[in-house]
Design a protein around this ligand. Structure first.
Ligand code: MTE
Ligand code: LUZ
Ligand code: MOS
Length: 749
């Protein structure tokens, strides 16, 4: 079944923040932000802006009624700069005006006197200065020191990974409307309606029951709106509170790129030890995360880097250390994979390094160390592993050796075009690593005409979560999908939501919906039992809009049953709560069972590099992917394709450039290159892993949002192999592999 939104998207009828009809009297906000990455804010001159045409008010930190604080994990992030600026793009003042244009015009009339301080942009420099967001985190398994002493081969090195701009098609934005008794209704383009509600309450001083947050859908989030929607909603809320008028702010693309954080760049050191059979015996890794100016989600992102530091491999001795380093960049944040990809890149680089030195294929080392059933991850959880099955099933279908031979043959014949192939296994843990976040609720109403309305905490952002939740309700009630309507995500209907993140939204909210629907269904069965004279409710079922008794269709249809139940005063509504069972994690020991399950997969990535120009094309990404048992192959294949292309973009062409002064140079689509239709691999082949395992996913259909991004990482190593087919060199592990960098490596000798 197609994504339920596909038709309204194509017709341009889907509603986003910018499509919400505005109330008369609406004001437009625009932010004046710091042009300096680090400095003391001596004074702000807003006089000219206040006199500017159409300006209602200019707001600075001193005007806030509540707290000037929006830091969710660590309270280190003022909404508006006060005393000091920490990054270029940091909001300092808010202009509220009668139109967008007038607001932007007035912003240009504001000046700030900022005494510059030395900016830090390099995480290793920040770490050396002791400027950490939180104390270092560590995972230890076995004894690395002793193990290295006994290793046949030991290699060490360093990797660099750059950030990534989210480039959701819909930029950040919000619309806040004053309601009676000082309350606020806030429309926000957010993955976390409750996070927005909390931030708004903090800056306005309102209690949570006075603030309603509503989300129809997002034009993409990719993690960038898990926490970073809070600022813009807070700005609108403060404006609405102070002026008693509705306030809207939808950021321009360049404002968004300049003022919001991105994927975290990392700089890392590794040391890998192998025995003579190519078993990895020991792995030591140190991660320096570039957190930016405030914590945002950096601490949990850092933790997930540790959780995925060994990717799909079993390594008996591991010491992984991670530093979250405070720099003068916009606060970096969640991005599809949430630190996991950063952890995986380093182990993959270490394996490639070892393979190169030992004169073997990296695939031999990868294959030889895949985690097996019962093996323990460094954080204590025992694997129920499909690392090996996904590799062998993928290899059986796509034949790595043959693809490698084909590339070798091509390379023998071709002087200036070279092909490279790489294997990219992936293992990604599903659940928020912070156990309490793994809960969700669903509110289901069956109306007397038989139609069904569902509200959950899940936010639709193109990933198809609403389609999946509707499928769950349709399945339990035995109804066609058009009888089910998924309503907006709203904090009045569903309270205390976790953000739609960690790929877990369909699992958590889908399970809650399943529970709510089953409760209503069981009540209806009690009614039906009398109506169709069944001996027991166990003999009843609901299918294609009818009640079935002992597998036979009765004349009792859904609508009549519902109406009858209502007349008998049976409750046709239910609010259900789901909390993932069996998960835990204890940071005092850094051990536990944090994930409901893992998603496994193996990709083979092939590229062709133009060795005169440094350009490249991705010929194919062929993967064997663990869907469990997919409840929607159309949606899931779309997630795989999109994730792969986004991963390729991060590893190859997307290059976030800040200069030493902390100014974003890649601040528009002319200077920041994202994959377009021409960068999509010529072939993406998706083979579902064959498995009969039970899992904790909704209807056994495993989470699919984030894991495929990591297949795209294979392109980096495939490009590296192609370069090595052209010239004797050993490119550094410095992602992304932009065409410029490829060219430099091709002619580095
Ligand atoms: N797909 C689309 N089209 N748009 C998005 O913003 N976000 C990704 C992924 N797929 C995203 C997407 C991220 S970062 C996550 S965590 C998951 O979707 C969240 O949704 P889920 O939990 O329903 O998988
Ligand atoms: N967000 C979060 C996430 O808060 N915790 C997580 O573990 C996580 N994982 C992936 C993506 N977002
Ligand atoms: Mo996704 S990074 O969990 O929003």
């Amino acid at each position: 079944m197609k994504n339920l939104d596909s038709k309204s998207h194509v017709r341009g009828e889907s509603i986003y923040l910018d499509d919400i009809p505005l109330i008369q009297g609406t004001l437009y906000a625009c932010v004046f932000d710091s042009a300096v990455a680090h400095g003391t804010l001596r004074s702000i001159n807003t006089a000219d802006a206040e006199k500017s045409e159409g300006v209602m008010r200019v707001v600075t930190a001193k005007d806030l009624i509540g707290e000037n604080q929006i830091g969710g994990v660590v309270p280190d992030e003022p909404l508006l700069a006060d005393g000091e600026v920490h990054f270029q793009g940091m909001p300092i003042a808010i202009v509220l005006a009668e139109s967008e244009e007038l607001a932007r015009k007035a912003v240009r009339k504001i000046t700030a006197d900022i005494e510059p301080l030395e900016p830090v942009t390099d995480p290793r420099v920040a770490a050396a200065n002791g400027d950490l967001i939180v104390p270092p985190k560590k995972f230890i398994m076995g004894d690395c020191e002793e193990a290295f002493a006994n290793c046949e081969h030991v290699f060490s090195g360093r990797t660099e990974q750059n950030g990534q701009e989210h480039l959701y098609i819909e930029t950040q934005g919000a619309y806040a409307i004053p309601i009676e008794n000082s309350g606020l209704k806030v429309y926000s383009s957010t993955q976390g309606p409750t996070a927005v509600q909390r931030a708004v309450c903090r800056v306005t001083g309102l209690p949570m029951h006075q603030v309603e947050v509503d989300v129809q859908r997002l034009g993409g989030g990719f993690g960038g709106k898990e926490d970073q929607a809070n600022a813009w909603a807070s700005i609108c809320a403060v404006g609405a509170q102070l002026t008693k008028r509705p306030v809207k702010y939808a950021l321009h693309r360049m404002e968004d790129m300049r003022m919001t954080g991105k994927r975290h760049p990392y700089s890392s050191d590794y040391k890998i030890g192998l025995n003579k059979d190519l078993k990895i015996i020991a792995y030591e890794v140190t991660f320096y995360q570039n957190a930016g100016a405030s914590a945002d989600l950096s601490p949990p992102v850092l933790e997930r880097t540790l959780f995925h530091a060994t990717n799909s491999y079993f390594i008996p001795n591991v010491t992984a250390t991670a530093y979250s380093c405070r720099t003068n960049l916009p606060p970096n944040t969640a991005f599809r994979g949430f630190g996991g990809p950063q952890g995986m890149f380093v182990i993959e680089a270490a394996i490639v390094h070892a393979a190169e030195k030992l004169g073997v294929s990296a695939a031999d080392i990868q294959r030889n160390n895949l985690i097996d059933d019962g093996d323990e991850f460094p954080y204590g959880q025992k694997a129920e592993s499909d690392a090996i099955t996904s590799w062998t099933q993928g290899d059986a279908e796509f034949n790595f050796a043959h693809l490698q031979k084909e590339a070798d043959g091509f390379n023998d014949e071709s002087k200036y075009f070279k092909k490279g192939v790489a294997m990219m296994p992936v293992c990604f843990g599903i659940s928020f690593t912070k156990t309490p976040m793994n809960q969700a609720r669903s509110l289901v109403h069956v109306y007397t005409d038989g139609s069904v309305a569902v509200s959950t905490g899940a936010v639709e952002m193109g990933q198809g979560v609403n389609t999946k939740i509707a499928q769950v309700a349709a399945k339990v009630f035995g109804l066609p999908i058009d009888k089910i309507k998924i309503h907006t995500t709203n904090t009045l209907r569903i309270a205390n939501t976790s953000p739609t993140a960690a790929s877990a939204a369909a699992d958590l909210n889908g399970k809650a919906t399943q529970m709510a629907c089953e409760t209503i269904r069981d009540r209806l069965f009690e009614v039906a039992k009398g109506l169709v004279e069944a001996e027991a409710v166990e003999n009843l079922s609901l299918e294609d809009g009818h009640v079935y008794r002992n597998g036979d269709r009765t004349s009792l249809d859904w609508k009549s049953l519902v109406m009858d139940a209502h007349l008998q005063r049976v409750n046709l509504s239910e609010h259900a709560h789901y909390a993932t069972p069996g998960i835990n994690f204890d940071w005092t020991t850094a051990k536990g069972h944090p994930f409901a399950y893992h998603v496994y997969g193996t990709a083979i990535v092939g590229v062709t590099v133009d060795c005169l120009r440094g350009r490249y094309e991705v010929d194919y990404v062929k993967c064997c992917h663990d869907f469990g048992s997919s409840m929607n192959t159309s949606v899931d294949n779309g997630q795989i394709e999109g994730g792969i292309v986004q991963g390729l973009g991060w590893m190859t062409m997307e290059e976030v450039v800040y200069d030493d002064a902390g100014k974003l140079r890649s601040n528009a689509l002319s200077t920041y290159k994202v994959p377009d239709i021409h960068s999509v691999p010529k072939e993406i082949a998706i083979l579902p892993l064959q498995t009969n395992r039970e899992n904790l996913a909704v209807l056994n259909s495993k989470a699919v949002g984030e894991p495929p991004l990591m297949y795209g990482m294979g392109a980096y190593f495939a490009i590296r192999n192609a370069i090595k087919a052209f010239t004797e060199c050993s490119p550094e592990f410095d992602a992304p592999f932009t065409p410029e960098k490829v060219l430099m490596n091709l002619y580095s000798e």
